[in-house]
Design a protein around this ligand. Structure first.
Ligand code: ZN
Length: 242
């Protein structure tokens, strides 16, 4: 039985990342769908911890691209832009090289991996059935794993523009029988009003996706955000999951 840890949107939250890696334990591989940095206080620590993971496949996210200067932060909101500038001034040379090496799209077995969407891997948010349906013609595999919205969700998709959307709760198991787009949610900044770190375990042989949430020490991350003089909003939202 192969267990693959699927994570996304760590956002420089080392405490949440450590909690997820500890809780997932004994996985055969880890797939990270991007946004290792941005918003949070621990960009270098998070990139270093991700780099140390065995059997890692890691994609680039829009905040990673901003940190290495490969995209313009003009389209970021004010706080995201400030945080991107903060990361840029601190990220180490080794970590920049790692982020620069990350691909926008990877296909492994039955799954296509991207950060945002298969149509526009770095930027597009899949927020509704229409967007998911349009994107169904942009990947050839049965499954597509995305992050970026920070909400754990599964879409069934068809090329006629139809489909369904369902938010996933802790310990929910999704049978992977049809064409699906799935999001593991966010490790370091959940936005579905559930403050717990979000992740998933993909089992390609059993064809299942297990959604999980885990508590972590939010106040220690908030303290580091305050100490780093990052926007206080980044600290407040962690406690409420938005
Ligand atoms: Zn993100």
């Amino acid at each position: 039985m192969t267990r693959i840890l699927v994570i996304s949107d760590i956002h420089a939250n080392l405490t949440a990342l450590q909690a997820v890696l500890d809780a997932a334990a004994n996985v055969d591989a880890t797939w990270c769908l991007g946004d290792l940095v941005g918003y949070g206080p621990d960009p270098n620590e998070c990139v270093e911890l991700v780099r140390s993971i065995q059997n890692l496949t890691c994609l680039i996210g829009n905040h990673d691209a901003a940190a290495i200067g490969s995209i313009d932060t003009m389209f970021f909101n004010r706080e995201a832009r400030l945080s991107a500038q903060w990361v840029k001034s601190r990220i180490s040379k080794e970590n920049i090289l790692f982020l620069k090496s990350l691909p926008e799209r990877v296909v492994i077995g039955e799954a296509t991996l991207v950060h945002g969407s298969p149509r526009n891997p770095v930027w597009e948010y899949l927020l509704d059935i229409q967007a998911a349906a349009i994107n169904s013609s942009y990947f050839k595999t049965q499954l597509c794993f995305v992050g970026h919205t920070h909400v754990p969700v599964v879409y069934t998709v068809d090329e006629l523009g139809g489909g369904t959307m369902r938010k996933l709760d802790h310990k929910e198991i999704v049978p992977l029988k049809q064409r699906l787009i799935i999001n593991p949610g966010s490790v370091g900044q959940p936005r579905d009003r559930d403050k717990r770190a979000s992740y998933a375990i993909y089992n390609p042989e059993q064809k299942t996706w297990e959604a999980y949430r885990i508590d972590y020490d939010i106040s220690s991350v908030q303290q580091r955000i305050v100490t780093a003089k990052l926007p206080l909003r980044h600290a407040q939202r962690l406690a409420e999951g938005w």
